[in-house]
Design a protein around this ligand. Structure first.
Ligand code: NDP
Length: 327
């Protein structure tokens, strides 16, 4: 038997509780894992609270991330005792996920735990941090260089934002952090931000073209914030868009694209192929100071993960919530 958060749906609505499950109930897969840690990402918050239809099958064990030790494997890449990391692939949405003491998954979905990190630190990074690395890779890959000027990170105290600030600062960029939590200026400066912008400056409808300010942008917020970020991006600058914390709409114009040659690059972590995944984890291992992960992460257990889910959807979480599934 093992403990897991289970989301179920009945005629009366969605229920969520920590339950005891039998290993025979685990879904199909070629690798069985003793989970050590999982996390609460924004998407896990949406799934557990039922705010958005993230879960495609019930009952569902949520958790889009996990780190753990391989117990059984019939996959050529993995043997018992290996420590592995899972991010995405629809796990926690259509396949039982990481907010459990055991998981059974496809070996093709796994990556090795980078030597630079402990299992707990890998979950302080999680999908949010790995997505931040994909966004930084997207900016750098599209030619954005530190000497071209400031880069903007929106939703900066969030999971994606926090790690993006740290990675960009380490890569030599001057980082402006946009946040609604004005009291978190010290936190953002510790991560490497040089200036803090009140997110209210970006969150309302703005002009199609505004003063050119940013060589690049990492946006996890969407809606008016993304439209304004595009309108403020310098000639031939690049905006990496990965999130919708403000909204899924994009209420802007084509002006930044056709008059300033601005590029809008979409970033998806869930189905990203193995090569960009490994590159993103390599950037994290190289550039992310593990000591910062103690600043970014707070730890809880499976019961605490359920309340953290409501907090993240309400925009009240700073940094990352790590879940010790055996606590
Ligand atoms: P968090 O909740 O940790 O961070 C989001 C941050 O956005 C908040 O901390 C807050 O930062 C800001 N924010 C929240 N609500 C609003 C609002 N109404 N208006 C403006 N800003 C707001 O989530 P994550 O960092 O884990 O994820 C961020 C987004 O990225 C989510 O939408 C998530 O779904 C998406 N995502 C997408 C992935 C992909 O593969 N494309 C992968 C991972 C995440 P502050 O208070 O500092 O302003």
């Amino acid at each position: 038997m093992f403990s897991a958060i289970v989301i179920d749906k009945t005629d009366a609505g969605q229920t969520v509780a920590v339950r005891s499950l039998d290993e025979s109930q685990l879904p199909e897969g070629d690798v069985t894992i003793d989970v050590q840690y999982s996390t609460i990402n924004f998407k896990d918050g949406l799934a557990i609270t039922g705010t958005s239809p993230v879960v495609r099958k019930f009952p569902m064990v949520p958790g889009i991330d996990l780190v753990g030790t391989v117990r059984e494997s019939s996959h050529g890449d993995w043997k018992p005792g290996d420590t592995v990391v899972l991010n995405g692939w629809g796990v926690g949405e259509g396949h039982w996920g990481g907010l459990a003491q055991k998981a059974r998954l496809k070996g093709d979905w796994l990556v090795p735990l980078p030597a630079a990190f402990t299992p707990k630190q890998a979950m302080a990074i999680g999908t949010a941090g790995y997505t931040a690395a994909l966004c930084v890779d997207a900016l750098v890959g599209h030619g954005v260089k530190p000497e071209q000027g400031e880069v903007l990170v929106t939703g900066a105290t969030g999971g994606v934002g926090s790690v993006a600030v740290a990675l960009l600062a380490r890569a030599g960029f001057t980082v402006a952090a946009s946040s609604g939590k004005t009291s978190e200026g010290d936190y953002l400066k510790k991560l490497g931000a040089t200036s803090i912008i009140d997110r209210a400056e970006l969150s309302e409808k703005g002009k199609p073209l505004q003063r050119e300010r940013w060589a690049g942008v990492v946006d996890s917020v969407g809606s008016h914030t993304l439209a304004n970020a595009l309108a403020q991006t310098k000639y031939q600058g690049v905006v990496a868009a990965c999130g919708l914390a403000q909204g899924a709409d994009l209420p802007g114009t084509v002006m930044p694209f056709i008059l300033r040659g601005v590029s809008l690059v979409g970033v998806d972590s869930v189905m990203a192929p193995r090569a960009p995944r490994m590159a993103a984890w390599a950037r994290l291992a190289r550039d992310l100071d593990p000591a910062l992960l103690d600043v970014i992460g707070v730890e809880t257990g499976l019961e605490g993960a359920i309340s953290a889910a409501s907090a993240i959807v309400a925009g009240k979480v700073r940094g990352r919530v790590i879940v010790d599934v055996n606590r």
